[in-house]
Design a protein around this ligand. Structure first.
Ligand code: PEP
Ligand code: MG
Length: 566
């Protein structure tokens, strides 16, 4: 077995086709007739442009517009006036076209690779792709015909380039193995866009595999199984069938409302960390954003983001959501989320220390600038504010008072915002669960953060393997708190959602439906799965299961039982 990085999910069972690199060797020579050489270079660019446009058209039809745009971007690399000008200068200095093209492309490749930035480094791969295509034309080397690959082919390449994808017929290529690439590389993006299982970064794959040998590609684990026995092939064929069936079934839930089998409707939102994720949430059919973790805007930099920078980020997400709800959680730092430039003191007990709302209420200027940025974004969508780690009613009151202060500042400056912006509480501490009735009177909504609620209630750090066995939202104590939070919210007439990981757990879903939860907020990839799970249950069935669960004594009893009903 060989091991790589599972970068595009699914199982591919097929026969290897090695795509070795083209032989682009040449002997650099001095040219006397520089004008003729420039004409030869220009003709090669014309052919490259024509070929690439045709490839882009094919990719647009078979894969999608974004992938076609990558190819069109290749034309602008070689068409860049500086690039073309310098290549022609080198030819005028009597270098041959091959050598001039290679030299200039190498300069850009070195520059991009030196940046250390993953995205910029990806551009080096594009320049390499362009260089090889233009050199092939100049040298008259024929492209390898991936389009001729027979059905059931597993492509093995050093790197999957955008120009290769033009030749890929989705029905024939069942898997891809590359020697380079990461989760965010073009190879990964292209493989995922084509929905072909792919394992990247398999060292020496080309040398280790031979054309026509049988392999299995596991795009989940990154395993490449060589010389599989009949038994293993059967096992993976069954896995593949189940995966494809479930995928087809999930697609049936796209574009549909989130409704139980007995007709109750729920809101199914996504958790995001950046404005870009808002687009992903929409792509995955989320009905809004139930948790925007704003700390990512504060991380990986050396100073606080300004109010304007934050406004841009929140507004971008609001605009992408087109009027769908966007719950923005104010800064939740401390605990496991460090922001070095804030200079927080090292504490004995960081999870119980000076963090989240506690820190923000003591750093009012910083907090107010975040609240103003959120308020300003509220003019562009259904934006809501949520405070993390609330443990006492005073914290909510103080936070709300600051929202009022921020509103009057904006009013005085004539800046638009939603006067009635809802302000909610993230119920993620045991204290907030116990006083949910008191908080519900003063909050506009609740969202249950089970990740922290479980840890605080069980007095256990999930990162500590000695006590990890206690960390479960199915502990009777945690379930009782969840129930109480939801019931108190319902009694006070405010919406209650859940944005902790437990919201996507199929065993938790019937309990939440029975308790009266109205909104689920999950990672974008879980949207369709959760919609399907909700659709499976009637309210009466969920109530019956929940009554049994709530009468049980131990976590094991509860999870053993729930496993039998999901
Ligand atoms: C939670 O605590 O459940 C939660 C969603 O917030 P975070 O994971 O960001 O602490
Ligand atoms: Mg939390």
């Amino acid at each position: 077995m060989m091991k790589g990085l599972g970068a595009s999910e699914g199982y591919g069972i097929g026969r290897v086709l090695l795509i070795s690199e083209k032989n682009l060797e040449y002997t650099p020579k001095e040219v006397a007739d520089t004008e003729a050489e420039i004409m030869r270079f220009r003709a090669s660019i014309d052919k490259f442009t024509k070929d690439t446009l045709a490839q882009a058209e094919a990719v647009r039809a078979s894969v999608g517009p974004k992938e076609a745009a990558i190819l069109e971007g290749h034309i602008s690399i070689i068409d860049d006036p500086f690039m073309r000008g310098e290549i022609e200068n080198l030819i005028n200095a009597h270098q041959c076209a091959e050598s001039a093209v290679e030299q200039m492309c190498q300069m850009f490749i070195d520059m991009f690779m030196a940046s250390g930035d993953e995205l910029t480094m990806q551009r080096a791969a594009d320049v390499r792709d362009v260089r090889d295509s233009v050199l092939s034309i100049l040298l008259g080397v024929n492209e390898v015909k991936i389009s001729d690959a027979p059905e059931g082919t597993v492509l093995v390449v050093k790197e999957l380039t955008p120009s290769m994808t033009a030749g890929i017929k989705k029905d024939n290529i069942v898997g891809i193995i590359t020697e380079t690439g990461s989760q965010t590389s073009h190879s990964a993006i292209l493989a995922r866009a084509m929905e072909i299982p792919a394992v990247l970064s398999v060292p020496n794959a080309l040398a280790q595999l031979s054309t026509s040998e049988q392999v299995i590609v596991d795009g989940f684990t990154g395993d490449v199984i060589t010389a599989p026995s009949a038994e293993v092939i059967e096992e993976y064929s069954a896995k593949r069938e189940t995966y494809l069936r479930e995928k087809r079934e999930l697609e049936l839930y796209r574009g549909k409302p989130t409704v139980s089998a007995s007709g109750e409707t729920y809101e199914l939102c996504c958790n995001i960390g950046t404005p870009k994720d808002a687009g992903k949430a929409m792509e995955k059919d989320g009905e809004g954003v139930g948790l925007f973790r704003t700390e990512f805007l504060f991380m990986d930099r050396s100073t606080l983001p300004t109010e304007d920078e934050q406004f841009d980020a929140y507004k971008t997400a609001a605009v992408v959501l087109k009027g769908k709800p966007l719950i923005i959680r104010t800064l939740d730092i401390g605990g496991d989320k460090e922001i070095p430039y804030l200079g927080l003191e090292k504490e004995e007990n960081p999870f119980m220390g000076f963090r989240a709302i506690r820190y923000c209420l003591k750093n009012r200027d910083m907090f107010k600038s975040q609240i103003k940025a959120i308020l300003r974004a509220s003019a562009f969508g259904d934006v809501r504010i949520m405070f993390p780690l609330i443990t006492a009613v005073e914290e909510l009151r103080e936070g709300k008072a600051l929202v009022e202060e921020a509103k009057s500042d904006l009013r005085a400056s004539g800046i638009d915002f939603n006067e009635n912006i809802p302000v909610g509480v993230m119920t993620e501490t045991s204290a907030s669960g116990v006083i949910a009735d008191l908080l519900a009177k003063e909050a506009d909504f609740f969202s249950i953060g089970t990740n922290d609620l479980t840890g605080y209630t069980m007095a256990c750090d999930r990162g500590n393997s000695n006590v990890g066995y206690l960390y479960s939202p199915f502990q009777p104590s945690v379930l009782r708190l969840i129930k109480s939070i939801i019931e108190n919210g319902v009694k006070a007439g405010i919406p209650v959602g859940m944005c902790g990981e437990a919201a996507a757990n199929p065993m938790m879903v019937p309990l939440l439906m029975s308790f009266g939860l109205t909104e689920f907020s999950v990672s974008a990839v879980s949207v369709l799965k959760v919609r399907k799970t909700i659709a499976k249950w009637t309210k009466a069935e969920a109530d019956e299961v929940t009554a049994k669960v709530m009468a049980m004594t131990t976590e094991k009893e509860i999870t053993d039982y729930l496993k039998t009903v999901v």
